[in-house]
Design a protein around this ligand. Sequence first.
Ligand code: GAR
Length: 206
Amino acid sequence: MGNAIRKLRIGVLISGSGTNLQVILDGAAKDVLDVDVRVVISNKAEAFGLERARQAGVAAVHVDPTSFPDASAYNIAVREVLVEHGVDFVVMAGYMKLLGTEVLDAFPNRVLNIHPALLPSFPGAHGISDAFDYGVKVTGVTVHFANAVFDEGPIIAQEPVHVAEDDTLETLEAKIHEVEYRLYPAALQLLAEGRLIIEGRKVRIR
Ligand code: GAR
């Protein structure tokens, strides 16, 4: 932490409420997280995360997938916004679209994702409810480097969350989010400090 480390210039991709984004913006503002959020991009115009970005004085850009002929053209547009804003790392925080190789290839080993389950279990858009409905006793949170498969790629950090007898989907969601708000900033700080080394499928923390 502090000024010794060059801040990690990140672009955050969202699709919704942006509570994880908010934790990152707050950490950056308080200088407890060595990241500089250069731009927030959403595929959804109504994503509240765009408003959170604006309130933090960060560029907020809606890239509308429906205004492009295909997914490739959309991903090229996303890439252009990231490059324009001088982004070094891409941070997906509730981004509910598959990120195209057009972006991934421009940021090799430089795209992170958070998922609200213990991958490789329960990938997809409903990780919390899928795990809850399955009846697992333990689920959790995963932070990982992203690849061209949704919710796949070398795992940086995982933390288990126990499902109690009296948990409802809502109480489980609250427990998962609480872990997310700690785990993602912690992983980003390790990244900012240059402490994450990818070795094949594995990530070593030095
Ligand atoms: C988070 O729980 C995140 O883990 C999940 O979306 C939520 C976004 O919430 N991501 C995925 O499910 C990715 N497959 P937020 O917009 O309030 O940060």
